[in-house]
Design a protein around this ligand. Structure first.
Ligand SMILES: Nc1ncnc2c1ncn2[C@@H]1O[C@H](COP(=O)(O)OP(=O)(O)OP(=O)(O)O)[C@@H](O)[C@H]1O
Length: 611
């Protein structure tokens, strides 16, 4: 039965090689281009930030130079207080420049970081809104939302901190090394040999420390999930008297945290010892060589003081750069994952020159020889050679066992998917030739569970038509039998319905969804009748509202109740993706077969196969 299918090539999974590792690293820094191009949209801010960076790097290097002058000139003048004060004034001036430059750098660089992240979030969300449902089947919303939150946070850090740290340290490292050569070429040559001797062991320790720190965090996370699990099932734990076992499990997890933490602090202590020995050892060595040179009269005391301080700055800069590279790679990984979301091209998009739908709308819908399987399950035919013509104003009830393909027809009608074969037309226009937005404008969809958004009742009602006046909203609410409960809400239409409209009952949510569809006033109504059991009164109110909204519109209703089916002009019975019977209630009853069987079971819930 399954036709040969291009299969996975249709799947919309974005290349998420690192998807399981939200904070994973990229292999190269190339993806950072995305961040740069976004930042370069603000050339003035980039220029200010770079200027501030250069000024602060220069000011940092000027401190040792000033120190040299303080020692050599200030003290050399025989300790004349006026002369000493002058050189200290210069030193203070440099400090002021450094402070101002650092403040400005922080402002502009952080501004850029926040702006880049804001722009990327906006762009990604815009692109996400264009993707069809197949995209969200292949890419979990959880994973996407993590990209929009944790990955953007990483980028914010990269732009706001890492890049400026990197740039500043490159400037200090290069500028400082040149300055060192100018000060004392022979000592500098010694220093250059000493730097790797210091840096290499530190880097090795740091790497080890990072992996143990990560393990440490993982162990803490384990305890977190363990405690949530136990707390949320406390009644079960106690009912099965498993307190002892839970205590042991928890104790083991806590001890694992302690063990990794102990490894971490051991490495950290060793690293501190080694760093101090090497770094200060090198300084002592240099000072000794310097002191010898001073006594020989080849360099001044100021030079040696300045040299040591610059050396510390340069070594610090190299150290920071080794750290920064890892962070930049992490940023590149984050940028890469966001770029994937930006690059994703919707498969269902308006054609270059969309064919306009006829005006006024008629409301006819036609399916011809439609074959379809979902992209995520290419081998499984869901709709098979289905032909169905729905006339303007007609009410067609779709009935059939669960999984027959009824909801799929709704998805196809709204062009959330394209059929593999066959054509679907709205008012005579094949769906792919029209703009999908225009197609959906002509349809009002009432889902089984009235999807509500956090916000007030008014906004939930006019979700499909934002210019609706309060009079129109109340009119729709009355038609949908929703006015009574809406009036009873504490602040009427301004009442916040809370997330998912949890403050409304199932029946009320359905009536609200019906009112929304009435306001939308579209020529075609797609109605997925709720299977959830309502009490008799709610059921009557919903039924009554539906009868009114169907009037004068083409209606396709997935029917679960005999009452709805009886009112339909035509009943289409589906099974395994095919139409197996068509006719009115009495015709089909007389004919026997699947419909008669379903009707005997009262059609409800979704059929004999329903769980
Ligand atoms: N997004 C999807 N991806 C893959 N398969 C799907 C998807 N949605 C539905 N299916 C499968 O397609 C078949 C038809 O599903 P559909 O929801 O159209 O049936 P239905 O007749 O509306 O059933 P019900 O009354 O239970 O909602 C089922 O086998 C279902 O498992």
């Amino acid at each position: 039965m399954a036709r040969d299918n291009p299969g996975l090539s249709r799947s919309r999974r974005i290349d998420a090689s690192q998807a399981d590792e939200p904070a994973g690293k990229a292999r190269s820094l190339a993806p950072l281009r995305l961040i740069f191009s976004e930042a370069l949209r603000y050339p003035d801010k980039v220029a200010y930030a770079l200027l501030a960076l250069m000024v602060t790097a220069a000011a940092t290097l000027a401190i040792p130079a000033a120190l040299q002058l303080v020692i050599d000139r200030g003290f050399a003048d025989g300790g004349d207080p006026g002369s000493i004060a002058r050189w200290f004034r210069y030193l203070f001036l440099i400090v002021c420049v450094l402070a101002l430059g650092t403040a400005l750098r922080f402002y502009f660089v952080s501004w850029l970081g926040e702006r880049v992240v804001a722009n990327l979030r906006l762009k990604v969300q815009q692109n996400l809104l264009r993707q069809e449902p197949a995209f969200y089947e292949a890419n979990s919303p959880k994973e996407i939302s993590s990209r929009l939150t944790s990955d953007t946070a990483i980028i914010e850090q990269v732009v706001g901190t890492t890049l400026s740290v990197a740039l500043r340290n490159v400037l200090i490292a290069v500028g400082g090394t040149i300055y060192l050569f100018v000060l004392a070429p022979r000592l500098t040559a010694m220093l250059i040999i000493a730097i790797p001797v210091i840096i290499v062991p530190i880097t090795l320790f740091a790497r080890r420390l990072r992996s143990v720190s990560r393990a440490s965090q993982d162990r803490v996370a384990d305890v977190g999930s363990l405690i949530t699990e136990t707390l949320s099932a406390m009644a079960i734990v106690q009912a099965f008297t498993q307190e002892r076992r839970e205590q042991d499990r928890f104790a083991q997890a806590v001890e694992r945290i302690f063990d990794t933490a102990r490894r971490r602090i051991l490495i950290r202590s060793m690293m501190t010892g080694v760093v101090i020995t090497l770094a200060f050892g090198a300084i002592v060595l240099l000072m000794w060589r310097g002191a010898v040179a001073v006594t020989e009269g080849t360099i001044t005391g100021g030079t040696i003081g300045s040299f040591v301080l610059t050396g510390v700055f340069v070594a610090g800069a190299f150290g920071a750069l080794t750290e920064v590279y890892g962070d930049l790679l992490r940023g590149a990984g984050a940028a890469d994952r966001l770029a994937e979301l930006l690059r994703a091209k919707p498969q269902i998009a308006p054609p270059a020159s969309p064919q306009p739908l006829p005006v006024p709308a008629r409301g006819s819908l036609s399916f011809r020889n439609v074959h379809f399987s979902y992209p995520t399950r290419p081998g499984e035919t869901v709709i098979e050679d289905l032909t169905l013509e729905i006339e303007p104003g007609e009410t067609v009830a779709l009935v059939g066992p669960s999984g027959a393909g009824k909801s799929t027809l709704f998805m196809l009608a709204q062009r959330f998917y394209d059929p593999d074969e066959g054509t679907i037309r709205l008012d005579g226009i094949a769906l792919p030739s029209a703009d999908p937005a225009e197609i959906r404008q002509r349809m009002a969809f009432v889902p089984q569970a009235g999807t509500l958004f956090s916000g007030n009742a008014r906004d939930n009602l006019r979700y499909g038509r934002w210019d609706a006046s309060d009079e129109e909203i109340w009119e729709a609410a009355r038609l949908a039998n929703a006015a009574d409960f809406l009036e009873a809400l504490p602040q009427g239409l301004d009442t916040n319905l809370g997330e998912d409209g949890t403050r409304l009952s199932g029946g009320q949510q359905q009536r609200l969804a019906i009112a929304r569809a009435i306001l939308r006033d579209a020529p075609i109504l797609l109605l997925d009748e709720a299977t959830s059991a309502l009490d008799a009164e709610s059921e009557r109110l919903v039924q009554d509202a539906l009868a009114r909204v169907m009037r004068g519109r083409t209606t396709l209703v997935i029917a679960h109740r005999l009452a709805t089916v009886r009112e339909a002009d035509r009943i289409v019975v589906m099974d395994q993706g095919r139409i197996v019977q068509q006719g009115t209630h009495s015709e089909l009853l007389a004919r026997g077969g699947l419909y008669a069987k379903l009707a005997r079971l009262q059609l409800d819930p979704a059929g004999p196969d329903a769980g």
